[in-house]
Write a protein that binds this ligand. Sequence first.
Ligand code: G4P
Length: 533
Amino acid sequence: MTTDATLAAAIETRRTFAIISHPDAGKTTLTEKLLLYGGAIHLAGTVKARRQQRHATSDWMQMEQERGISVTSSVMQFAYEGYQVNLLDTPGHEDFSEDTYRVLIAADSAVMLLDNRKGVEERTRQLFAVCKRRRMPIFTVVNKCDRVGEDPLKLVSDVEADLGLDCHPVTWPIHSDGAFIGVYDRRRRLIYRFERGEDHGASRAEVSVASLDDPSIGSMLGAEAHERLVHDIALLDEAGHPFSHEAVLAGALSPVFFASALTNFGVEPFLREFVELAPPPTARESSMGLVDPADPGFSGFVFKIQANMDPKHRDRVAFVRVCSGRFQPGLQVTHMRTGKPMKLSSAQQFLARERSAIDEAWPGDVIGVMDRGTLRIGDTLAEQPGLEYSGIPRFAPEHFARIVAADPLKRKQLDAGLRQLTEEGAAQVFYTSGTDTLSPTPIVGAVGQLQFDVMLHRLEHEYGAPCRLERITARYPRWVVGPMDEIERIARDRGRMLLFDAKGHPLLLFEDAWGLRWVLERESSVTFHEVAP
Ligand code: G4P
């Protein structure tokens, strides 16, 4: 095969996605089961176990370990039926941070995982909003179907109403005597009847497959389940949104699947449809117009920086999403922000926490590049000079605090540390006056609580600036664009806090959602933005 044909084939078979969900919906369990069906692990339970017993790789990792959570979002690659699937892990729980949002910018589609008793929850809504802004294709998986949950029809219509997203159930759950026994795939017109194994879902579930027209289907499912299925399908065919692959790719229609990640029921029918329906890497916006992934020149952008993965070195790993061309070790690229040449001598791939050197990567893949402090979030690396990707938006923090140096003489170290953490994207720093970068107490913002702990830990141990935080109760920020005197008036009116980000853009901080809405409805002389302009 010529290089062009190899590149085209690599793109066509790549599927790069992330899972969005509220804590406890079953993301870890589903991730593990996808790895099981993708042959990347042989017995489920290993990822979780490794998470619990892994060795500390740095002080900071030790802190994570003590809390039993992971700050690192890793990339898992596996092959399935001729496809190369890249699952980008989105930090959840307390380690929810801006990284979670940024991972979505690096993904080509998202799987929205819901608990069948809870439907759409707060965190799902926040992450969905980011996907929607990017018109990203979204696949919905309703999990925990082995337990009694909401009626599937109601769940689907709740998702539609809550998120304003049309849905098309591709698989439909089959229950018999209250037990979840299988799913029906409407696109393939196939019934998957599962059997529960002895090992609590550690290995693949036994399955029998039959067509809906098969005369033995009544005895396979039981008369009542069969009748209900026929009834539900007729209803969906008649009243539901018709399937349209274009609408799925445009992010306007979400294919819905029913599954139980715990027992593995419905996981493979989902994966099989997902690899077919999810998009391969597509063209991305840049300073030079849309860049086609099949463009032979390598290009990519940094979406995450991980500090201190190795305690022996003070180096960092920049995670680069490949957007076009092919990566090979020794590749010469330009670091666009500085215009300097850079040799990508080695790059690494990550399966959970283990690293291995890679000898090639294609659009949709993620490579880890060792870095000594040059790279920042959003930076473009490309062979073609002048090509720059649009960057990664700064997402509004949800927690704010004044950061006070324990020793006032360590102020210089604090400023240096904050600058570095801001560049890495580990913190957002704000000041109370646009020009006053030396204001006595900078304000830091974080998307998740753990981000604060990591900040304090790193400021003390890496920059020698022990600090404490004074929490600010206001937690609803909006960047504001408009005449400065208007912005100041809105701030003054009700004593709202006016802040400036590291680039000098003003933002207003509101005490509560009600106060925010009040202003949004009344003030039209300025515009309000959830991400930095
Ligand atoms: P998360 O990463 O989204 O936070 O969720 P995680 O996979 O850790 O799952 C959260 C809980 O939900 C776990 O129970 C897990 O076993 C359970 N769970 C996940 N998928 C399913 C499913 O399909 N059906 C049912 N019934 N439960 C499911 P736990 O008791 O908190 O933890 P564990 O002791 O089982 O690990």
